[in-house]
Write a new protein. Structure first.
Length: 412
């Protein structure tokens, strides 16, 4: 029997790498190892349908059990990989057993950052990353429960929406002066904040958490302004950290993420890394980044599988992301920079608009709010490196695709 390809981690990135290997023709032994129990599942619904849905709602499985059996993917669940021995080309499991690898793919993802303040370990303080976190949080969503959410990023905002929908109160603390500031522009932040406020969410901007109070469980939080906010639950949504320890201990290049090339290869040519755990240089922007989204996990999985099998690389897709808050869908494509020229397309008051980010006259990124057509057209324009006429592009009556001022698709 051939030495197996081993995939460590069964989130979007790990499962998709295994799938792509088989779909692209790999017929050797393939092992998918995950420290979590049960069938691998989708994470985005954890802060959306799972919280907002029926009592026993669980995140959907990425693949059914039959899929793994039919495709010959051997799953080892509920077992952590504890070490990578590069010289012996094998991995070690928590039970002390070892598995040799021909190629190794690290898809260990990320973990939720936790608070480092007094009271952070009290019952009632919750992050949202795993299926178990989703279940815990769901059980806390009862009418009258007082939620304080730390961090107004996507996850904090989605949790706040679910909380008020369930009849809880929700206060979002954010040390920046607006929501989702890392990922979007002021127009979009303000639109979503207004939406949340109309639904009963409260915001405290420019405010961070000093400590969490309570004897047996959370009773309140004290902010940097000295204010005390009563709370039964504190949800911590302050970003993630890459699970790079295995790679680091094995001597692979890491720098806030496992460093990979355009084929998802690490500094060891026999080891690949995919998904949230990686740091790479974005081909379009030339900047080093970690991208925590499903699209990136899938794209890197595809790149790794192709490279392992000696196939041509696929054309790099424009990164994209979505969030749903109070039923309103924000879709983002491309990677914006705070220096971009911002063009608003349409009026937020109509509940349907887009924000375009132009860099040197070219469309670099866009956010669309209930504007699906603009999203699809915008993604293509970003991929083409198209120049836009900013005046025409601001007019929603004019089709976005027709606002480009160059005819040639420019590849950068
Ligand atoms: C609540 C929530 C909402 C989100 N919403 C969106 C969204 O709307 N859109 C979007 O694009 N993205 C969203 N994301 C992000 C998206 O889910 C991630 O980018 C994606 O899941 C990354 O996949 P991954 O496989 O790289 O990592 P992960 O999903 O983190 O999976 C890694 C797996 O590896 C396992 N593992 C780690 N170390 C070991 C080890 N040593 N041995 C064995 N197994 C190990 C972990 O237990 C885990 O199961 C959301 C994430 C969360 C948590």
């Amino acid at each position: 029997m051939s030495t197996p390809i081993v995939v460590v981690g069964a989130g979007h990135a790990g499962v998709h790498t295994a799938s792509r290997l088989v779909e692209l023709g790999y017929r050797g032994e393939l092992i998918l190892i995950d420290e979590e129990d049960g069938l691998p599942y989708e994470r985005p619904p954890l802060s959306k349908d799972v919280l907002a849905g029926a009592e026993s709602h669980e995140p959907p499985a990425l693949r059914k059990q039959d899929y793994y059996e039919d495709k010959g993917i051997r799953r080892i669940a509920g077992s952590a990989v504890t070490a990578v021995d590069r010289s012996a080309r094998e991995i070690c499991l928590a039970d002390g057993s070892t598995i040799p690898y021909h190629r190794l793919i690290l898809a260990t993802g990320s973990r939720a950052r936790t608070l480092d303040v007094p009271g952070a370990a009290l019952p009632g303080v919750q992050v949202l990353k795993t299926r178990a976190d989703g279940r815990n949080l769901k059980a806390m969503l009862r009418p009258g429960v007082r939620f304080v959410i730390v961090g107004a990023g996507y996850i904090g905002m989605e949790v706040a929406a679910a909380a008020v929908k369930s009849g809880c109160s929700a206060t979002v603390l954010e040390y920046q002066d607006r929501s989702m500031s890392r990922v979007t522009s002021e127009d979009v932040s303000r639109y979503f904040e207004d939406l949340h406020v109309a639904e009963g969410v409260q915001f405290a901007f420019g405010s961070s958490l000093e400590r969490i109070e309570g004897s047996d469980r959370v009773e309140g939080v004290v902010t940097s302004d000295g204010e005390t906010i009563p709370a039964d639950v504190v949800v911590v949504g302050i970003g993630v950290l890459p699970n790079q320890e295995l790679a680091e201990a094995a001597g692979l290049d890491c720098s806030d993420g496992i460093v990979v090339d355009e084929h998802a290869r690490t500094s060891d040519p026999e080891i690949y890394a995919v998904g949230d755990v990686t740091r790479f240089t974005c081909p379009r922007e030339g900047v080093s980044m970690r991208l925590e989204c499903v699209q990136n996990a899938m794209a890197q999985a595809d790149s790794a599988a192709r490279h392992i099998l000696g196939l041509d690389a696929a054309v790099a897709e424009v990164p994209w992301f979505w969030t749903v808050q109070h039923g309103v869908r924000l879709q983002t494509a491309g990677v914006r920079s705070s220096e971009d020229h911002v063009v608003r397309r349409g009026d937020p008051a109509d509940g349907k608009f887009a924000v375009l980010y132009l860099r040197d006259g070219r469309l670099a990124a866009l956010d669309t709010i209930n504007a699906l057509g603009d999203f699809a057209a915008g993604k293509k324009l970003i991929a083409a490196g198209a120049r836009l006429d900013p005046v025409l592009a601001a007019d929603r009556a004019v089709k976005l695709a027709t606002t480009r001022t160059d005819d040639l698709a420019i590849s950068r």
